[in-house]
Design a protein around this ligand. Structure first.
Ligand SMILES: NC(=O)c1ccc[n+]([C@@H]2O[C@H](COP(=O)([O-])OP(=O)(O)OC[C@H]3O[C@@H](n4cnc5c(N)ncnc54)[C@H](OP(=O)(O)O)[C@@H]3O)[C@@H](O)[C@H]2O)c1
Length: 279
């Protein structure tokens, strides 16, 4: 039986993956913030006679303190982890800071993914074919890292924050495989493109209705969107780092995957953690 940790597993792509692996007989640990959604997943696991293989761990991953504690708990409970799926995300309309003083989009989309991959690495390395799948926006040209103001204090725009996160996640994959070049962990960056999930939820009316309609008409159904992700989890690619847009493998030699930028980001994140967390 394999063990999968899925952040953002209470909804959308993460939830569909959780259901798939529970049906397949694996152990699934789901992270999210919403107790009702977590309980709904546990009820579903019960229907699948998989209660003993499904856990919901409520945790607000926008808090680095909570994320570090969660990783500690995960390592203790699951000494060997086969797959870590990084899927937790929330579109943040207004700039907000966490209790540690970190801008929330950056904290959830970038810092928590950096922390979890690094804190769970040793547990992953005990599995026979370990893989990290980071659901992000690989290799696109939109957005950039605002190096002089990563937390967008001067001007916060939700789309700029999201696109910065997408670019940063590509670099997280580069930094991880650069720093742990001997590790058996395969790091997969995967952009599922436009998928029928909770995209419209954070928006106010009338944007929410408009987005719901666009999603209904144009987005890929979630059951279809998870198929290439399942392939990557079941048969991790050979290279330490790979990037995909749905089925298409992306070239990772371009500027979006620059090693110096990746190192700079990893150093910045480490400094941020040292300065902002209390343990
Ligand atoms: N859908 C798309 O079209 C699309 C396109 C490209 C990339 N992606 C990427 O794919 C991933 C999954 O997307 P999705 O559309 O399936 O997401 P979604 O339906 O919006 O679900 C987001 C998940 O993140 C969790 N989450 C949000 N804030 C959290 C927090 N502070 N701490 C812990 N968990 C939190 C939510 O759980 P709770 O509600 O329980 O907190 C939920 O399970 C995301 O990383 C997204 O960037 C999606």
């Amino acid at each position: 039986m394999r063990t999968l940790v899925i952040t953002g597993g209470t909804q959308g792509i993460g939830k569909a993956l959780a259901q798939h692996y529970l049906t397949r007989g694996d152990r699934v640990v789901v992270i999210g913030t919403n107790q009702n959604k977590g309980e709904a997943l546990l009820a579903e696991a019960n229907r699948l006679s998989a209660s003993d293989r499904c856990s919901f761990l409520p945790a607000d991953l926008s808090s680095p303190t909570v994320t570090i504690r969660l990783a500690d708990q995960l390592r203790t409970r699951y000494p060997s982890i086969d797959a870590l799926v990084l899927g937790a995300f929330r579109y943040q309309i207004r700039r907000q800071e966490t209790a540690e003083g970190v801008e929330r989009t950056f904290a959830l989309y970038v810092l928590s993914r950096f922390l979890l991959a690094n804190e769970l690495r040793t547990a992953l390395e005990r599995a026979p074919h370990p893989v990290i799948v980071n659901l992000c926006g690989t290799g696109g040209k939109g957005g950039w890292l605002h190096w002089d103001d990563l937390q967008l204090r001067r001007q916060y725009r939700p789309l700029a924050a999201t696109m910065q996160g997408a670019r940063a996640n590509d670099l997280l994959g580069v930094a991880f495989t650069d720093e742990h070049s001997d590790s058996p962990v395969r790091y997969v960056l995967h952009n599922p493109l436009f998928v029928k999930t909770g995209l419209a939820e954070p928006f106010r009316q009338p944007t929410r209705t408009a987005l719901s309609i666009i999603t209904k008409v144009f987005a890929t159904p979630v059951d279809k969107a998870i198929q290439p992700i399942i392939e990557r989890i079941d048969t991790p690619p050979r290279p330490a780092l790979s990037a995909f847009r749905v089925d298409r493998m992306i070239d990772i030699t371009g500027p979006a995957f620059d090693r110096n930028a990746a190192r700079q980001l990893a150093d910045t994140l480490r400094n941020l953690i040292i300065n902002r967390t209390d343990d």
